[in-house]
Design a binder for this molecule. Structure first.
Ligand SMILES: [Zn+2]
Length: 159
């Protein structure tokens, strides 16, 4: 009786050990998957906004303001000099994905615009070098702003 009882316990403990190992392997591999998903979502943010931009003309009229020269800036002293406090001309907190600086006589503060390939932004800021057909796109990091470089894009107003 005794050997018969002991053997299944060994087998079971081996099985349990295998199960635990596979669970641990899954558990340790899952966080990596989560991180990958987060990266994918971040990378897809812009294309998703582009989709919204292309979907909207069916519901509302888009009026092209023409091609703009776009640059990017952050809230660092290099980009903003004495105004490097993280707040925009309109008093809003500068926010990546929302804030742009425009020439207010062309695009008044508070105007929502759609930048082709970038998405919807709101005119919340001004800049010394921002005049007609120029937009400065706010970024959280100076590196990202530098990487943005200079881009030519069509800009629309939704009516
Ligand atoms: Zn900067």
């Amino acid at each position: 009786m005794k050997p018969r009882k002991i053997l299944p316990i060994w087998l079971m403990s081996i099985l349990v050990a295998i199960m635990i190992t596979s669970l641990v392997t899954q558990a340790t591999s899952e966080p990596e998957k989560v991180i990958e998903v987060v990266y994918v979502e971040v990378e897809h943010e812009i294309p998703e906004e582009v989709e919204t931009v292309t979907m909207e003309p069916t519901e509302s009229q888009r009026v092209s303001l023409g091609t703009f020269t776009l640059t990017a800036y952050c809230s660092c002293p290099t980009c903003c000099g004495e105004w490097a406090d993280g707040y925009t001309f309109t008093g809003e907190k500068a926010t990546e994905g929302i804030t742009i600086a425009t020439y207010p006589e062309q695009i008044p503060m508070g105007t929502e615009v759609e930048i082709d390939g970038i998405g919807t932004r709101i005119a919340q800021d001004i800049g010394g070098s921002i005049y007609e057909n120029r937009i400065d796109v706010y970024m959280d990091s100076h590196r990202a702003a530098l990487d943005f470089g200079v881009q030519e894009r069509e800009v629309f107003i939704t009516e």
